[in-house]
Ligand binder design. Structure first.
Ligand SMILES: [Zn+2]
Length: 413
């Protein structure tokens, strides 16, 4: 919403000419970067031990309490838990510079009772949440430790934050709270989420609905002819299946769950489906949303038309399961160029794209926000078979995050 596509192209092609200076030669930063590599085992230990504390959606408090302790032991100040459950710790600078939020998310997608014990299998750590987002939390702890070890100072201020509710059911509740009740003006927002060395500069938006088709129901033989909620739902699914969507900007739809019915010989009083719509473009997402609403209404009308004047027509009820705004990819902003320059200073060029993370919300408000991967190699996110392999250079993730953060906090070359 902040940028049009042609403008983006212009900004992106200007990247080389507008290199952001990064302080990769500053002696205190060099010391911090070296300490990250040297203390790599500590980072992994943080990642594993955090992962073994369960943090199902809406039940992140225990993991949050532990993060409070770790923030304090690393010398962060004013460490607290806000009313939504976010854990916040501060590392002030010399004053007069921008405020940078450096965050990872506390929650996982896994329900209570999931076995979260991490097992080491060769060089691979296996455990639900080990990459998403225990890697992010371990990375921000490592950055806090390295800044302390290198005695790094900068004009701005860094707020270290463990957010709640990043995953689906939480619908970004932590980051929404943070920006609706900001502890101070936030100039830059970084989410460290997942693994690899990718940079997210756009937000894939999503709309999710539970759609309930309702009627009185009745006997399949005796009440035959009565409009049937499940039949109406079937008509709707057939229409959704035929939607045409663009591949660029990537736009998708899915009917993920269907339910309803009591027996084979009953006209069910209820048919329900859960639908997920996503797009990299706010306009396409909105267009798809309208298409879905029209398709459902048409399906209901067609089903009811089988029994004109019926006293028991099918009706439909929409239950909103979450809206995440889409924001077009923007690699030309200062925050994106800082992350790209920091990657290059460390010897790699980050791949950029759009995804769905905590950064969606500040992006939608026009706040400069990105998501950085935390390094290493992750597999099977959101499955109980999730694994993490540090690879030969896992420490590059935390180094990249540190260098990007201090650049944004105003530490010049
Ligand atoms: Zn995540």
């Amino acid at each position: 919403m902040r940028h049009t596509l042609p403008l983006l192209v212009v900004l992106s092609t200007g990247v080389a000419a507008q290199q952001v200076p990064v302080p990769s030669g500053n002696p205190s930063v060099v010391a911090a970067l070296e300490s990250i590599k040297r203390e790599n085992a500590w980072t992994l230990q943080q990642q594993v031990s955090i992962c073994e504390i369960p943090a199902p959606p809406f039940k992140e408090a225990e993991r949050g309490k532990e993060l409070v302790q770790r923030f304090r032991s690393l010398g962060l100040v004013n460490v607290r838990v806000d009313p939504e459950g976010n854990v916040i710790g501060e590392r002030p600078g010399t004053g007069g510079g921008p405020t940078v939020v450096l965050s990872g998310h506390l929650d996982t997608v896994f329900p209570e009772g999931t076995d979260v014990k991490v097992k080491l299998d060769g060089t691979r750590y296996r455990g639900p949440g080990i990459g998403d987002d225990c890697r992010g939390l371990a990375t921000i702890l490592t950055v806090a430790r390295a800044l302390r070890d290198g005695n790094v100072t900068y004009p701005g201020k860094i707020l270290f934050v463990g957010t709640v509710g990043e995953e689906g059911p939480g619908n970004l509740r932590g980051v929404r709270y943070l920006f609706k009740n900001p502890p101070e003006k936030i100039d830059f927002f970084i989410s460290v989420d997942g693994t690899g060395l990718g940079l997210t500069t756009g937000a894939v938006g999503s709309h999710r609905y539970l759609i309930q088709f309702q009627g009185p129901g009745g006997h399949s033989f005796g009440a035959f002819g009565m409009p049937a909620p499940i039949h109406a739902m079937g008509r709707a699914i057939a229409k959704v299946s035929d939607f045409k969507v663009p591949s660029t900007p990537k736009t998708t739809f899915n009917v993920g769950i269907v339910s309803g019915g009591t027996s084979v010989n009953t006209i069910s009083p209820l048919g329900a489906m859960e639908v997920d719509l996503r797009s990299e473009s706010p306009e396409e997402l909105l267009a798809l949303d309208t298409k879905l609403k029209n398709a459902v209404q048409q399906a209901v009308d067609e089903e009811n038309a089988r029994a004109p004047g019926s006293a028991a027509p099918v009706t439909v009820k929409w239950i909103d399961m979450g809206v995440r705004p889409a924001v077009l990819i923007n690699n030309g902003s200062h925050i994106a160029r800082s992350a790209i320059a920091a990657g290059k200073a460390l010897g790699f060029t980050p791949e950029t794209g759009a995804s769905s993370t905590d950064a969606n919300f500040p992006m939608s408000l026009g706040v400069a926000a990105i998501t950085l991967d935390g390094g290493g190699i992750g597999r099977g996110a959101h499955s109980i078979a999730e694994s993490y392999d540090d690879g030969p250079e896992g420490w590059k993730g935390p180094q990249w995050v540190l260098l990007t953060t201090v650049t944004l906090a105003g530490l010049g070359r």
